[in-house]
Design a protein around this ligand. Structure first.
Ligand SMILES: NC(=O)c1ccc[n+]([C@@H]2O[C@H](COP(=O)([O-])OP(=O)(O)OC[C@H]3O[C@@H](n4cnc5c(N)ncnc54)[C@H](OP(=O)(O)O)[C@@H]3O)[C@@H](O)[C@H]2O)c1
Length: 296
């Protein structure tokens, strides 16, 4: 298929480009500020400020994609708080516009939402559970879901995803990349034993998004994640062992509950993956399999 990918230089987008290219698809990828080497897997790499709606429209129409994958976002929670208007454009207006373009072209849009639409008190979350975001980013993601489904009814798949693992194009974006940097610079990581996430490797999610590009694939709101919930602390320990660091020396176990951070950091964001996990060839992966595939 001819695919248009936004966020091609991000953690997810970079993995999507590689996975889609390996499967024989032709991917046009949009990057923003990325100035590194060409993203592997892209047939064409375009630089575009996605807040420029007119330029976006022209690029999408010219690419004549058979499906659009939106991997672009302002995904740092603190940056969204600092830049509420720009984050609303990227996290809500961009997916809305992509959905309108998908409807105009008669193609699928696969949009990525987040576990952050939930408040963390009632896990595991099912698709129909009420959203209750704790942050501006979470509220924007919830709004993007409504906007996309309204603008491209029957053509959009909106996938809520968990904390992602993996190697990012810049090598500085993901959990293990940050931990390895901390440890290399002599810092100890303080990680919560009571903050539970059902982490997923970005290339596994990329394979899911690719399946969802097919015209007859499932649509609407969907959940995807890894096979098992894990605490931030347990995740950090698994990453430490994978790269030969002693967890006892490099990680301090600590508690989220009772700290001011608990107002915006959800305790448990485990997701119920039905029906997607029963419908796709790609399967959720256990943590050990994910961590084994992390590279430096
Ligand atoms: N990472 C996670 O743990 C996680 C968890 C749940 C949901 N998600 C969601 O998954 C999706 C992918 O996240 P990610 O972690 O891959 O994000 P990321 O690594 O932060 O990448 C964001 C991408 O968006 C692009 N972008 C941002 N602003 C842009 C602009 N104005 N113009 C053009 N491109 C722009 C960036 O391009 P440049 O870098 O080239 O500027 C980059 O390619 C997002 O929807 C995110 O909300 C991520």
């Amino acid at each position: 298929m001819r695919l248009l990918l936004t966020g091609a230089s991000g953690l997810l987008g970079g993995n999507f480009a590689a996975v889609a290219a390996r499967a024989g698809h032709e991917v046009t990828g949009v990057v923003g500020t990325w100035s590194g080497t060409p993203i592997p897997g892209l047939a064409r790499q375009l630089r575009l400020d996605l807040t420029d709606g007119a330029a976006l429209t022209a690029v999408v129409r010219a690419a004549r994609p058979e499906a659009i994958v939106n991997g672009a976002a302002m995904s740092e929670l603190a940056q969204c708080d600092r830049e509420p208007e720009r984050s609303a454009v990227l996290n809500v207006e961009l997916p809305r516009r992509l959905a309108e373009l998908a409807a105009e072209l008669g193609v699928r849009l696969v949009h990525v939402s987040s576990e952050q639409v939930f408040d963390g008190t009632r896990a595991p979350y099912r698709i129909g559970d009420a959203v209750a975001p704790l942050t501006l980013y979470g509220r924007q993601k919830a709004e993007s879901e409504r906007a996309v489904l309204a603008a491209a009814p029957g053509r959009a798949a909106v996938v809520r995803v968990p904390l992602l693992l993996g190697n990012s194009p810049g090598g500085r974006r993901s959990v293990h990349e940050r931990l390895l940097r901390d440890w290399a610079e002599g810092r100890v990581a303080r990680l919560f034993t009571d903050e539970i996430r059902q982490v997923c490797l970005a290339d596994n999610l990329a394979a899911v998004l690719l399946e969802l590009c097919a015209p007859a694939a499932p649509g609407g709101i969907l959940h995807w994640a890894g096979a098992e919930p894990v605490s931030r602390y347990a995740l950090g320990c698994a990453i430490a062992r994978r790269f030969g660091f002693d967890p006892e020396q490099h990680i301090v176990a600590t508690q989220l509950a009772g700290t001011p951070l608990a107002a915006t950091r959800q305790a448990d964001l485990s997701l119920d993956l039905r029906p997607l996990c029963e419908l796709l060839a790609t399967k959720p992966e256990p943590l050990a399999a994910q961590v084994a595939r992390l590279g430096r």
